[in-house]
Design a protein. Structure first.
Lengths: 264, 419
C-alpha cells in the first residue's frame, strides 16, 4: 500500500514537473537568468590563467568594476589589468545597450589613447583568453530564440537545458556563435554551463562556473567565484577566479566613462 | 626655462609636504621595467651608419600613490645607443607628473605626454607631443616625449573640457643628412605661452572633439641663420582641429581635420605655409582578430610656391630642403595609409603590415612587424621600415634609414607589497 502511494506520489511529482516545464516561459526565464547575476554595482579582483595545450600558463591580474545602468537592465563593466607587465595599464570599458550596438572602448597605455572598438570586436578573444568581449558583456536574451530541450541535473542541481539560436545572421556574425546550449540552475536561474558552436556549426567551447554565491540577499543576486572555459578546437583553457567580490559599493557613473580609463 | 624650474620645484614641494596617507590601493609604489636589446641594420639619423646598430635600453615606469586621489608618475629610459660601440650612454625622462583626481575633474602638473587625435597614427590635431624621429624603437609611439606644464580636465556627463598650459615645450628631433649636421644650429624654442583647449564628447556610438592650440610648432623648420648657415627653429602656430570616431556595425569611421595658421612672415622665412590637413578612414574588424584600417590623407598648403620659382640656385636649394622638412614639398597631396593586423595563438603572435603611400610622386613607406610573446616576461619584435621615393621627396630623403631589426624585451615589475 505504502509502495503504491509512493509510486503515485512520484508519478504526480513527475507530472507536475513536466507541466511546470511545459508552462515555462523560456524567454522570460532567459531574462531572469540574465538578471540573476546583475548586481547594482560591484568591485572585485580577478586572476585569469591562460593555458595552452602544452600546459604553458600565462597569469593575468585584473580589477573589475560593474554597475547597472539606470534602466536596471544594462550593465557597465570596467576591467583594468594589473599584471603582467606587457599588458599592465590596459583598461577596457564595456557598456551594454538595450536598443543599439553595445559600446566598447580600450585604453592602451603605450598609445596614451582610448580607442573605440567596433561591435564586431565582441566576437574577438578578450586578451587572448577563451572568453570573447561578448561573453563578458553578456548575450542579450532578446537577440536569441531559446527553447527548452529537457530537464536534467548538473552537479547535483536540477537544471533546465536550453538551446539558444541567434535570431538573425547579424547576431551570429557579431557574436561568432551559431548555437548555445545552456544549463541553468532552476533554483537561482544562474547559467552553470554553456556549450558554444561557432559560426560554421562546429563545437567550439564550454564555459562552466562554480562556487556560486548569493551576494545580494535583498535583491536575490548571485555571483560565481570561478569560471573555466575550454576551447575544444585548439585545446586552450582559461580559468577566472574572483577575490574580494564586494557588492553595493556606491560606485559613481563617472567611473564608467571613456575618459576615466586614462587614469593610470 | 624659469617656468620649467618653477614647475619642478612645485612638484618637489608638493611631494614633500603632502603626508603619505594610507591609500586604498595595496601598493604605495610600483615600478615596471622593460629591458630592450635590439639589433638594427641602420639607425634613423641619416648619418650613413648602416653596418649594424645594437642599442640597449632600460625603460622604467613608476607610480607612487601619495593618497587615494594624488599620484606621482614617472617614465624614463636609460641605455646605450650601441653596446658594441664606444658611445656615451643616455638617460631621458619622458614623463614626470603629479595627477590629482577630484570628483569631476583632474589636474595634472609636470612633464606629460598628451596625445590627441582619433585617427590611426596620423593625427593632424596632435599639437602637444614632441617626437624624436631618430629614436630606434619598433613602435613609433615610443619616440614621443612629454612637455612640461599643467592640464586641467573638467568632466560634465558625456563631455570633457580640457585646458592645457605648457610653458616649456621641446622641439621634435629630426634626422639630418651629414652635409647639414655641421651647418645647422638647433635653436631651443623660447615661446612660453603655449596653450590649448579641447572639448571632448564620448558615448552613444560617436566620440568627437573640437580643439584649439596656440604655441610652438613642435616640428622645426629649416631657415637661414645669421651665425651658422642654417638653423632649425620652432615657430608659433595656431591650430583649429576636430576629430570623430563613429562605430557602426563592423566598421569604425575615423576622421580628423586641422587647419594650421603659421603666420608666415616673408617668402624666405622658415615658417610653413598655412595648411589644411585631413584624415578620413574606415576600420573593419573581421573574424578571429583580423583588423584592417584604411585611411585617406589630404594636405593642402595655402599660397604655396614651388622652389623653382626662386631666382638663384642657393635660394632654390634652401627652399627645396625647407619644404621637405616642413612636409610641404608640393601644394596638395593625397595619401593612402593602411594597417592590417592579425593576432593568432591566443594573441601571443601578432602580425602587422602598415604603410603610407603619397600621390604626386612623393614616395611611400612600408612597415611589417611580427610580435611574439614568449611568456609573461619575454617577447621579441621582428620588423623593418622601408622608405622609397625620388630624391626630392620626404620618403626619398629617408631611403637611407630603411632598416630591418629584431628586438628582444624582458619585462618585470616591482612594488612596495613585494618588499
Amino acid at each position: 500500500m505504502f509502495t503504491k502511494s509512493l509510486s503515485l506520489s512520484v508519478l504526480l511529482l513527475v507530472f507536475l514537473l513536466n507541466a511546470q516545464a511545459e508552462n515555462l516561459d523560456v524567454q522570460q526565464f532567459m531574462i531572469k537568468s540574465d538578471a540573476s547575476t546583475k548586481v547594482l554595482d560591484a568591485k572585485s579582483e580577478l586572476t585569469m590563467i591562460l593555458e595552452n595545450e602544452d600546459n604553458q600558463q600565462r597569469i593575468r591580474k585584473l580589477t573589475a568594476f560593474t554597475k547597472l545602468k539606470n534602466d536596471g537592465v544594462s550593465n557597465q563593466r570596467i576591467l583594468r589589468f594589473l599584471a603582467p607587465a606587457d599588458i599592465k595599464g590596459t583598461v577596457t570599458l564595456l557598456i551594454e545597450q538595450t536598443d543599439q550596438d553595445d559600446d566598447m572602448w580600450i585604453y592602451l597605455p603605450s598609445l596614451k589613447k582610448t580607442r573605440r572598438l567596433v561591435s564586431d570586436n565582441k566576437r574577438d578573444s578578450f586578451v587572448g583568453s577563451d572568453l570573447t568581449f561578448g561573453d563578458l558583456i553578456g548575450h542579450k536574451p532578446s537577440e536569441w530564440n531559446s527553447t527548452l530541450q529537457k530537464e536534467d541535473t548538473f552537479e547535483g542541481k536540477p537544471v533546465y537545458v536550453i538551446e539558444s539560436l541567434p535570431k538573425d545572421e547579424s547576431v551570429k556574425t557579431h557574436t561568432g556563435y551559431s548555437k548555445r546550449l545552456i544549463l541553468i540552475d532552476k533554483q537561482n536561474a544562474v547559467a552553470l554551463k554553456t556549450d558554444y558552436w561557432d559560426e560554421s556549426g562546429q563545437f567550439l567551447k564550454t564555459i562552466q562556473v562554480s562556487d556560486v554565491r548569493l551576494v545580494d540577499v535583498d535583491r536575490s543576486k548571485y555571483q560565481f567565484m570561478d569560471l573555466n572555459a575550454q576551447n575544444h578546437q585548439n585545446h586552450h583553457k582559461t580559468s577566472l577566479h574572483f577575490d574580494n567580490y564586494k557588492v553595493n559599493q556606491n560606485l559613481t557613473d563617472s567611473l564608467f566613462t571613456p575618459t576615466a580609463l586614462e587614469k593610470e | 626655462m624659469l617656468s620649467c624650474l618653477f614647475l619642478r620645484f612645485y612638484i618637489f614641494l608638493t611631494l614633500i609636504t603632502v603626508p603619505h596617507l594610507a591609500t586604498a590601493e595595496s601598493d604605495l609604489w610600483q615600478v615596471d621595467g622593460k629591458l630592450e636589446l635590439g639589433a638594427w641594420s641602420s639607425n634613423r639619423s641619416l648619418n650613413k651608419i648602416n653596418e649594424g646598430i645594437f642599442p640597449a635600453t632600460l625603460a622604467l615606469k613608476g607610480k607612487v600613490n601619495v593618497t587615494d586621489d594624488l599620484h606621482l608618475y614617472a617614465d624614463g629610459r636609460v641605455g646605450h645607443p650601441d653596446y658594441f660601440a664606444d658611445k656615451n650612454s643616455f638617460g631621458v625622462a619622458r614623463e614626470v607628473y603629479l595627477d590629482y583626481n577630484l570628483n569631476s575633474a583632474d589636474i595634472r602638473i609636470g612633464k606629460q605626454l598628451l596625445a590627441w587625435g582619433r585617427a590611426d597614427r596620423i593625427n593632424p590635431t596632435d599639437s602637444l607631443t614632441s617626437k624624436d624621429y631618430r629614436w630606434l624603437a619598433p613602435e613609433e609611439e615610443d619616440a614621443r616625449f612629454g612637455n612640461t606644464g599643467i592640464r586641467y580636465a573638467q568632466h560634465l556627463g558625456n563631455y570633457t573640457a580640457s585646458s592645457v598650459w605648457l610653458p616649456y615645450m621641446s622641439s621634435s628631433r629630426i634626422p639630418l643628412t651629414p652635409q647639414y649636421v655641421s651647418q645647422v644650429a638647433i635653436q631651443q624654442p623660447n615661446i612660453n605661452d603655449n596653450f590649448a583647449i579641447k572639448l571632448d564628447r564620448t558615448g552613444e556610438a560617436i566620440d568627437s572633439s573640437l580643439s584649439f592650440y596656440s604655441g610652438i610648432d613642435t616640428m622645426p623648420s629649416l631657415e637661414i641663420n645669421s651665425t651658422t648657415p642654417y638653423a632649425l627653429s620652432n615657430h608659433r602656430i595656431q591650430r583649429y582641429g576636430g576629430d570623430m570616431a563613429w562605430a557602426f556595425s563592423s566598421y569604425t569611421l575615423r576622421t580628423e581635420l586641422a587647419y594650421t595658421h603659421t603666420g608666415k612672415s616673408t617668402e624666405f622665412s622658415g615658417e610653413k605655409y598655412d595648411y589644411f590637413q585631413g584624415v578620413i578612414g574606415l576600420e573593419r574588424q573581421f573574424a578571429n582578430s583580423f583588423n584592417v584600417i584604411v585611411q585617406t590623407v589630404y594636405q593642402s598648403a595655402l599660397g604655396w610656391r614651388g622652389y623653382q620659382s626662386w631666382s638663384t640656385p642657393q635660394q632654390q636649394q634652401l627652399m627645396q630642403i625647407q619644404q621637405i622638412i616642413n612636409q610641404q614639398p608640393v601644394q596638395d597631396y593625397f595619401g593612402i595609409a593602411y594597417r592590417v593586423s592579425k593576432k593568432i595563438l591566443n594573441d601571443d603572435l601578432e602580425l602587422e603590415y602598415s604603410g603610407l603611400g603619397l600621390t604626386s610622386n612623393q614616395g611611400f613607406l612600408m612597415r611589417p612587424r611580427l610580435r611574439y610573446q614568449i611568456n609573461d616576461e619575454s617577447s621579441f619584435v621582428l620588423g623593418g621600415d622601408y622608405y622609397n621615393g625620388s630624391d626630392n621627396t620626404i620618403f626619398g630623403r629617408l631611403r637611407d634609414i630603411s632598416t630591418v631589426f629584431v628586438e628582444f624585451n624582458y619585462a618585470f615589475g616591482l612594488s612596495s607589497s613585494k618588499f
